[in-house]
Design a protein. Structure first.
Length: 218
């Protein structure tokens, strides 16, 4: 029951519908009715601009980080699992809360920012590698979805590939959970994958730095 209590708190934190709340309170816009209809940072950025997208991104990231880094420290009782595994479990449940929020009829974002926040606590080096790949893909092609999917799979691959000395703090469950999280993020992006294959996915041309540099070159 103690573990359930920790996970319940993590879910409720992760389920906070950031884009929906900020969109309605600040911009008087229901983000679910605009753009792709997804109540996440990418759609908020696309519809309302970076002044909306960036705060949503940061808050969603903070939800995952808080779930993994702070919730296991709450005095709810002695957990039946070790602290590092508890951090991973709380972070993953927060991601599930983000995707299936009880506050918004279980219709949430795609979990990338919340997952990144969780991984910043439990797997910072794999996350850094994934973030580098995400940035490279985003600035090359301008597709957030493509970068998110491939970066998600970078996490479990790097967890396996990194030397043991860099993985000393890794709980036993992290490898399996990292693969599960990558698969989960891929599933939440299934509609994006279809649009990418059809060539109809919306890009962010302003972020394609290589094109801007090519235009400036003589």
């Amino acid at each position: 029951m103690i573990l359930v209590a920790y996970l319940a708190v993590a879910y409720l934190v992760g389920a906070f519908p950031t884009a929906l709340v900020l969109g309605l309170l600040v911009w008087k816009t229901d983000i679910r009715k605009e753009g792709s209809g997804n109540p996440g940072a990418t759609n908020a950025w696309r519809v309302l601009g970076w002044r909306a997208g960036l705060p949503v991104l940061l808050i969603d990231f903070a939800k995952g980080a808080a779930a993994a880094g702070l919730i296991p420290l709450l005095p709810l009782g002695e957990s039946p699992v070790d602290p590092k595994t508890l951090a991973v479990l709380c972070g993953l449940v927060a991601v599930l809360g983000h995707v299936f929020p009880i506050y918004a009829k279980f219709r949430g974002g795609k979990g990338v920012a919340a997952a990144a926040g969780m991984l910043a606590v439990v797997a910072p080096i794999p996350l850094a590698l994934a973030a580098g790949l995400f940035a490279l893909l985003l600035f090359t092609f301008g597709f957030v979805s493509l970068g998110s999917i491939l970066a998600a799979w970078t996490i479990p691959i790097s967890v396996l590939a990194l030397p043991p000395t860099l993985q000393a703090s890794r709980p036993t469950a992290l490898t399996a959970l990292a693969f599960a999280l990558a698969a989960f993020i891929t599933i939440t992006h299934r509609s994006n994958i279809v649009r990418l294959l059809r060539g109809t996915e919306t890009a962010f041309p302003k972020l394609q730095l290589w094109r801007r540099l090519r235009r400036r070159s003589p």
